[in-house]
Design a protein around this ligand. Sequence first.
Ligand code: AMP
Length: 249
Amino acid sequence: MKILVTVKRVIDYNVKVRVKADTASVDLSNVKMSINPFCEIAVEEAVRLKEQGIATEIVVVSVGPSAAQEQLRTALALGADRAILVETGGELSSLAVAKLLKAVVDQEQPQLVILGKQAIDTDNNQTGQMLAALTGFAQGTFASAVAVAGDKLNVTREVDGGLQTVALPLPAIVTTDLRLNEPRYASLPNIMKAKKKPLTVVTPAELGVSTASTLHTLKVEAPATRQAGIRVNSVAELLNCLKNEAQVI
Ligand code: AMP
């Protein structure tokens, strides 16, 4: 089974995001960038399927600037076999990303595509679903367990009411939830080996996809700073504060 895994370069989750003074975007200068955490889970799941002898090849793909090669190299160090960078500049809508990924799916013909459930920078939670619509593949979103059963893929999904298991025909699309697995760290020898693994760079034009976007960010604002909490000494004082200061009861 050939698996395609998508990897997005995002601001590291430990970084406190700063908004630029002109409020046009967030400040990316000298900021640590990493693989989106849900994409790391996607890579880990593919590597586990390869270790079980189910997957034969893992191809990782990223859509973004040349610097995203850094995140692709990390994915190669984690166990992927080959990487593709679709090099783009500027802001892309999820639909534009999904169309580019569809073109890569058409070229690579994977039996399984694993994406993160969402990217932690834009929090869109839609690229996997859009890719499923464009490819016509079955989809299992918010996966907390994935198991191959014959020619089907059983995906346990985290839904509002608990867990739901769906049996998907292949080829299929899976998006990862937090509890699917705990990603490994790349070892130093594997980081060295990853430098020699193949990484191809393609442009949207070469894939025959227009990335003309209808998406335009008007303004970015930091969330309002929260006031510090206070300690109260009695239930009566708590009720008084809730009633007269917070005015919520
Ligand atoms: P989103 O719909 O933007 O929240 O992203 C969901 C998932 O789609 C991410 O976790 C990635 O796996 C994939 N994805 C989104 N944007 C990109 C990108 N520019 N390059 C590679 N994968 C992406």
